[in-house]
Design a protein around this ligand. Structure first.
Ligand SMILES: [Zn+2]
Ligand SMILES: [Zn+2]
Length: 338
């Protein structure tokens, strides 16, 4: 029988996923908040609502009757908020990826989980579902008509920077052109992650190790490893783990390599088959068996996944394989000792 615990808003999640920590630190310690757990197109899939098939999709229409905060099958673009409580009791808020649905995620989950601001931003890559919300960062920055505020640090690879310069030139340009009026835009301090991805960096007091993975045959995306007390890896966009180039990411996060992760948050696009730029459930579960984390949460799902039903299947798989894995859901808060 699945152990379940009601959250304040009526959501049901597996109780064992609610606490990953060494000590008992109550509600004020560090936590991970899954701001988004869906694919690039997000769930519901608009076509399932405007041109329903016969028989209709059984997942997407739920969004017409259940509010998003109570509907685990309502999934925004993948994004993770790390609420890091340092030893002095101060909280720092780091967000990984700011996609197309960023504003909606802020309105829904920053208010619910009482997140007052963003201290730093980390990008995995520059695809639309990871960066198209950057313009809206100004909505969570102090208001200044002259843009005279502390910029928010953004950590990203050089290739992502090159793409953002063309997507958002006004977020990168420092100086106004002659005669140009000041317009209020997000103030960002771009910090390039070194090309070989072998050096950790510190964002808002927490150390991050870049985890290069393949996101298609010709494209490298970054996951991240963080946490000193509990080790967490976040890999949202991966088709396969290369064994040598650009670095042996799989070794770094494996129980049989550099040591067992406490939590792996991993890409899982479709339920069946395979995909050229993402892992699908069969490959995700194979990767979990090789990497062998203590717990795993799956993200990036399409409307093929029905949260409660598929989590029942995953619960059986977990018991069989000895690795606790569940589909994540938007808004899930995981207290964790970082
Ligand atoms: Zn659908
Ligand atoms: Zn992508």
């Amino acid at each position: 029988m699945e152990k379940q615990n009601p959250l304040q808003n009526g959501n049901i999640v597996d109780v064992s996923l609610l606490a990953i920590k060494n000590g008992d630190q109550g509600g004020d310690g560090s936590a991970l908040i899954l701001l988004g757990t869906g694919c690039s197109g997000a769930v519901p899939n608009a076509m399932c609502l405007i041109q329903p098939t016969d028989p209709p999709c059984h997942v997407c229409p739920q969004s017409l009757s259940i509010p998003p905060d109570r509907n685990p099958n309502y999934r925004c673009n993948t994004s993770l908020l790390i609420d890091y409580c340092s030893s002095d009791g101060l909280h720092n808020y780091t967000i990984i990826d700011v996609g197309k649905t960023f504003r909606e995620q802020v309105l829904r989950w920053f208010t619910f989980h009482k997140i007052p601001r963003i201290d730093s931003i980390i990008l995995t890559h520059e695809h639309a579902d990871a960066v198209l919300g950057l313009d809206d960062i100004r909505a969570v920055q102090p208001r200044s008509p002259t843009n005279d505020i502390d910029p928010t640090a953004v950590y990203l690879a050089q290739y992502a920077m090159d793409s953002i310069v063309t997507k958002f030139p006004y977020l990168v340009r420092k100086k106004l052109r002659e005669g140009q009026e000041v317009r209020r835009v997000a103030q960002l301090d771009w910090k390039i992650i070194e090309e070989h991805y072998d050096k950790p960096f510190v964002a808002s007091g927490l150390k991050f190790v870049p985890l290069p993975v393949m996101h298609g045959e010709d494209y490298i995306c970054l996951g991240y490893l963080f946490g000193e007390k509990c080790k967490v890896a976040y890999i949202s966009d991966v088709s396969h783990f290369p064994l040598t180039f650009p670095s042996n990411t799989e070794y770094v996060i494996s129980k049989n390599g550099a040591g067992q992760l406490d939590l792996l948050i991993l890409d899982c696009l479709y339920k069946q088959g395979s995909h050229n730029v993402h892992l699908c459930l069969p490959q995700t579960l194979e990767a979990l068996k090789r990497i062998c984390p203590k717990q795993a949460l799956l993200i990036g799902m399409t409307h093929e996944f029905d949260h409660h039903k598929d989590n029942e299947f995953l619960m059986e798989w977990s018991e069989r394989e000895g690795i606790h894995v569940q589909l994540a859901r938007d808004g899930l808060r995981v207290p964790i000792d970082l």
